[in-house]
Design a protein around this ligand. Sequence first.
Ligand code: C5P
Length: 285
Amino acid sequence: MLEKKLMKEIHIKAAAKINWSLEITGRREDGYHLLRSLMQQVSLYDSLDLKLAEEDRCFCSALVDQENLAFRAWLALKRQLSLEECLEIHIRKQIPIGAGLAGGSADAAAVLMGANQLLSLGLSSEDLCLLGLSLGADIPFCLRGGACLVEGIGELLQDLAKIPSYWLVLANPGFSVGTPQVFREYDRVGSRQKVDIPAVVDCLEMGQRELLPSLWGNQLYEAACNLYPSLSRIPEFFLSLGLQPLMSGSGGSFFALCEGQAQAEAAAAELRRHVHWAAAVQTLN
Ligand code: C5P
């Protein structure tokens, strides 16, 4: 109680994620797809400030109130627990939007964790995950963080703690990709990508970078390129730098492994000549 009175404001960093691989394994009756994926957070962050206020408001450097998943997460939490407090949420976006990097989900997870702490709600990780899952399939992973094997529609998580740190270069075309549309297109066109997730995990854990591109894959790649044909040009820019790219999530961001920070930064500078946005990032554990 004392803590609740003292704490008026909280600052949180919300990290983006990549998918080292993504395989579709089935489809639920409600239309959601069952998947097996390997997700890991990377050092690209949105920053959020949550503070007690007279009314609920959300200020975001890129999106407005109701459209914002983070704000919707707060309103859902407030409704579920019949809370009387109001929050003002400020979000400074660095993570590209609609980019397959779970930026919106990371912000929503940060709001759920931040509100839980700020208001001393005492919710467990399981409580937060259940509420998070009702708002977005990537939110349970964003709440857990690190690196995980992800199954179900995104709610079954197994920690992968032995993956060493890697430097990556990330690139994004500068337009949003619609996740529901990509999944729907997948239902129509399927995928020819072969993915060996256990082998990808082994390679990552053992630091065998050069083997990864022959094992990893993203079965949403063809669907995303069908809907957004310009995406299929992005791999060429990576390949011209001697880097093997993989699409993250439902697109349109791509990433490639680099030998270290210097190579990742040089590649990002080079990629920026061809794509809207590129950055060097490090994986987080
Ligand atoms: O849950 P989220 O908002 O991330 O998903 C957006 C849409 O993507 C869903 O409404 C659904 O159409 C599709 N989706 C899916 N299977 C998943 C995740 C998302 O079909 N596992």
